[in-house]
Ligand binder design. Structure first.
Ligand SMILES: Cc1cc2nc3c(=O)[nH]c(=O)nc-3n(C[C@H](O)[C@H](O)[C@H](O)COP(=O)(O)OP(=O)(O)OC[C@H]3O[C@@H](n4cnc5c(N)ncnc54)[C@H](O)[C@@H]3O)c2cc1C
Length: 441
């Protein structure tokens, strides 16, 4: 390794864009370009490769302001990201990809994917850019510690010490830890004095104490409504803690699908103060509308079995489950159905009890919520308010966007700002103008 001025730890979306921006900025300012990117894996960008089920939901289309509001649930996150997302936008990312002739398309819901449907192609473009910008790549290089001594940051890697004048930490969250994200950077940030907001699962499945039966695994409910409830709430009115609408999938351990992933962070938070359960409005329709439908069916098709109607409304393998839960005999016809039985079917459809939640696994979350506290980082520069020369990018910050390309965009935008501002910081402090500290040992 040769001398260095900017060290970036973590070669995911945040680190890659930080490196590209730093090199671009150094060139524009006619400064020597010494940007080192350290990645512990043999290859950069593993999470890009597995994103969107291998198809990579690159970003979200539309105005930045809409992205901020729809993509980030907390006002704190929206405020923090505003400057970065305006400075390096979704259009900027797509323009970069277009320069390499990577065609993208936007789905009806605004999610943008490569036309080829292969995340690999996105990563290849980024690798080419890094190469042509002259980023010095260190793969297989896990940074084991960081410390600031005077104006310098000392990094250790496989028994060697490396000195830099600016440090960008971009090591991601802690979920999918096999991809390399074990939370190193969050740990280093804490050692360097930063407050860490507790880590929680986000965009994660929900595991149930009583998982779905074998016969129902794999079925899904379209546009259902999911309720997170307090298991031991004294009254039904106090029961509902959070709700989400969308598709729900039954898995061998519990529930997944967009509605579940979307509510998982809130549910994980609620679970810290007491046991929670899940109930689902299986058809996603309001109580009055359901009552009318049930009465209408009873009048229109008195000879038909209730199960036939349920089969039209629900996945077939879930019909016996509903009948059993409502305590209705399988063969019951509409003309024999009592008022109480009809009500029991209604209640079961409106609030099917999936029961107590056993775990919302942080490891299985598409993102980690929590991380470096946002109020200790300048949103205009991504520089630490506590330690000049220390910058942050991506998921290791206390950010957790919705599904839809928002999380990658947050990583590109914060990375870009951190990269440019690290160069500005160094040029202001005389760092890049000929200051090479190099390898110390
Ligand atoms: C299954 C899955 C699917 C997803 N799909 C999408 C999607 O389609 N669209 C979307 O917007 N978001 C998606 N996300 C979320 C998105 O991938 C992340 O939010 C984003 O990649 C975060 O980027 P990052 O650079 O902050 O962190 P990461 O991409 O996690 O990169 C951090 C890097 O740091 C490296 N590292 C860690 N510690 C060290 C160390 N000590 N030394 C050196 N290197 C280190 C890691 O190996 C890793 O490569 C998905 C996530 C998952 C898990």
């Amino acid at each position: 390794m040769s001398g260095s001025s900017i060290a970036i730890v973590g070669g995911g979306a945040g680190g890659i864009f930080a490196a590209l921006a730093a090199c671009g900025m150094a060139k524009r300012e006619s400064l020597p370009n010494t940007v080192h990117l350290f990645e512990r894996n043999p290859r950069l960008g593993i999470k890009i490769l597995i994103s969107g089920g291998g198809k990579c939901n690159i970003t979200h289309a539309g105005p930045v302001e809409t992205m901020l509001h729809e993509g980030f649930p907390r006002v704190l996150e929206q405020r923090f990201l505003r400057s970065a997302m305006y400075r390096y936008t979704n259009d900027d990312v797509l323009a970069l990809l277009a320069r390499h002739h990577l065609e993208c398309y936007t789905r009806e819901n605004g999610r943008v994917f490569p036309k080829s449907g292969r995340a690999e192609h996105v990563l290849e473009v980024l690798e080419k850019e890094l190469h042509s910008e002259g980023v010095i790549l260190h793969t297989h290089s896990r940074i084991e510690s960081t410390a600031f001594v005077g104006n310098e940051c000392l990094l250790t890697c496989q028994g060697k010490t490396f000195a830099a004048r600016a440090l960008i930490l971009a090591t991601g969250g802690t979920s999918y830890s096999k991809t390399g994200t074990t939370g190193d950077g969050i740990h280093y940030a804490a050692e360097l004095g930063h407050s860490i907001v507790p880590l929680r699962a986000a965009l994660a499945p929900i595991y149930l104490k009583q998982p779905p039966t074998q016969a129902t695994i794999g079925i899904s409910f379209r546009d259902a409504e999911l309720y997170v409830t307090r298991t031991d709430a004294p009254s039904p009115a106090q029961k509902i803690l959070a709700r989400a609408r969308g598709d729900i999938l039954l898995t061998h351990r519990g529930l997944s699908g967009p509605a579940v992933l979307g509510i998982s962070n809130e549910a994980a938070k609620r679970m810290e103060s007491g046991p929670i359960s899940i109930e689902v409005n299986l058809l996603g329709i309001a109580e009055d509308a359901l009552r009318e439908r049930l009465i209408g069916e009873q009048q229109a098709r008195p000879q038909q079995q209730v199960s036939r109607w349920l089969e039209e409304m629900l996945p077939n393998s879930f019909v016996p489950v509903v009948l059993e839960s409502a305590n209705i005999p399988k063969e019951r016809r509409w003309n024999a159905l009592t008022r109480e039985e009809r009500q029991r079917i209604g209640v079961t459809l409106l609030r099917y009890p999936f029961g107590a939640v056993s775990e919302i696994p942080l490891e299985r979350g598409e993102v980690t919520s929590g991380g470096v506290a946002l109020d200790e980082v300048d949103p205009k520069t991504m520089m630490s308010r506590l330690r000049p020369g220390l910058f942050f990018a991506g998921e290791m910050l206390d950010l957790a966007g919705e599904i839809g390309g928002y999380n990658l965009q947050a990583a590109y935008s914060t990375g870009w700002i951190a990269g440019e501002e690290a160069v500005r910081f160094l040029s202001g402090s005389g760092g890049l103008r000929g200051h090479f500290t190099g390898l110390l040992a």
